[in-house]
Design a binder for this molecule. Structure first.
Ligand code: S3P
Length: 440
């Protein structure tokens, strides 16, 4: 019996078949690293070669924007994608509005890059979800650098317009731990004369710092202080980037195998950068049986194979500095908590309210529809697990991580479920359904 089928009205029909999950999975390329490889490749001089690029809706949006800005990018589906760079302050003024689709990373990082393209004019938009998301968090520090940006809602929401300027360096303490804010400022600082210093309340993912260093930028990192310094102007030169598998995509299988009795999965070639492995720490705290094998480095990023076996999970607390290290995994962790004994408390996670959907409200209501005991609070969730879940009609809110998290929950419920707007999964994981059919 097929565990998951796609219906004609953009839904997934989930039919639990009681089978353990077994097999080997190659998860798709890391989304954050893929965006950055395309962007830095376009800003560098010379050719960048990218192996293992994620070809999802979000990275296709980034590639489309940079093609309009003058970069020559080969077919994204080829094994080795090439980007012919244009140089960091030399992007072309596009003929039309740039469309970032559903991708916050594309829009926020682009704002930093475009703000520094002296004398050129750009307009930017995205889908309904992205147009509702806060851009003031990057517009404000970029304006301090001298950027000229206009937009809806007091210049805080897309559509946005940018008139590139010669910027000045800043020292900026971000009120939130956000890799997108940090990266936008670093990218704006690249062609800017002088030293830009950036501090965060907690350390966010550091893929930009690693890749900028590899491309030749003058950048220093103080991990203990969550501080980064970049001295411009920097000339980047094209590199070879090997993109590891995305731990945020592996997370669905880590939880699925943990909660489905008798399961064992091997997830190969997964990025295990310590700024991203909060999901492993949280699941280990819950008693999960996950081991790292074959640990190695791939172009400056740690990589491993992850072996996961089913086990009875227990409730845990997830808060503070752990939050930015698992920010995108909270929906699937909430699913894990619904199958764990005891209560899981998630705190300090108000950022989830401004992701592709309000993920605190979305996961709380949808898990409640399955019969789980979930209380939503302003910055988190309380989830008391261990009671059986029952299949139901569910809503992804067009959010890729919601669709996939709900599929894993529904697979372990009694009776069938239908998840609406499920094709959103293609934003980060186009082969999710095929993979699930293969292992279930
Ligand atoms: C990302 C950073 C995170 C994450 C997003 C991707 C990135 O967002 O949620 O999915 O690639 O820089 P914030 O930096 O806004 O927390």
């Amino acid at each position: 019996m097929a565990a998951i089928t796609i219906t004609s009205d953009d839904a997934w029909q989930i039919q639990p078949n009681g089978q353990p999950l077994r097999g080997t999975i190659h998860v798709p390329g890391d989304k954050s690293i893929s965006h950055r490889a395309l962007m830095l490749g376009a800003l560098a001089t010379g050719t960048t070669y990218i192996q293992g690029l994620l070809v999802g809706d979000d990275t296709c949006s980034t590639a489309a924007c940079f093609r309009e800005l003058g970069a020559t990018i080969s077919d994204l589906n080829s094994d080795l994608v090439t980007v012919e760079g244009i140089g960091s302050g030399r992007l072309k003024e596009p003929l039309d509005v740039l469309n970032a689709g559903n991708s916050g990373t594309t829009m926020r990082l682009l704002l930093g890059i475009l703000a520094a393209q002296t004398g050129r004019f750009f307009t930017l938009t995205g889908d309904a979800s992205l147009r509702s998301r806060p851009m003031g968090r990057v517009v404000q520090p970029l304006t301090q650098m001298g950027a000229q940006i206009w937009g809806r809602d007091g210049h805080r929401r897309a559509p946005l317009a940018v008139l590139g300027q010669a910027l000045k360096p800043i020292t900026y303490t971000s009120p939130i731990a956000s890799a997108q804010v940090k990266s936008a400022i670093l990218l704006a600082a690249l062609p800017t004369e002088g030293t830009t210093i950036l501090r965060e309340p907690y350390r966010s993912r550091d893929h930009s710092e690693r890749m900028l260093q590899a491309f030749g930028a003058q950048l220093t990192v103080e991990p203990e202080e969550a501080t980064v310094e970049l001295t411009g102007p920097c000339q980047l030169s094209g590199q070879t980037v090997i993109v590891p598998g995305d731990i945020s995509s592996a997370a669905f299988w880590l939880v699925a195998a943990s909660i489905t009795p008798g399961s064992e999965l091997l997830l190969t070639n997964v990025g295990v950068n310590p700024t991203r492995t909060g999901i492993l720490d949280a699941l280990w705290n819950m008693g999960a049986d996950i081991t790292l094998e074959n640990e190695r480095m791939a172009t400056g990023e740690p990589v491993a194979d992850l072996r996961v076996r089913s086990t009875q999970l227990q409730g845990t607390t997830i808060s503070g500095a752990l939050i930015p290290r698992l920010i995108d995994e909270i929906p699937i962790l909430a699913v894990a908590a619904a199958f764990a004994t005891g209560t899981t408390q998630i705190r300090d996670a108000a950022e989830l309210r401004v992701k592709e959907s309000d993920r605190l409200a979305a996961i709380a209501t949808q898990l409640q529809h399955l019969g789980a005991t979930v209380t939503e609070i302003s910055d988190g969730l309380d989830i008391t697990g261990g009671t059986p879940l029952y299949g139901n009609a569910l809503e992804s809110y067009g959010d890729h991580r919601m669709a996939m998290s709900l599929a894993i929950a529904a697979l372990n419920a009694k009776g069938s479920s239908r998840i609406h707007q499920a094709s959103a999964a293609a934003v980060s994981y186009p082969n999710f359904v095929t993979t699930l059919q293969h292992i279930a």
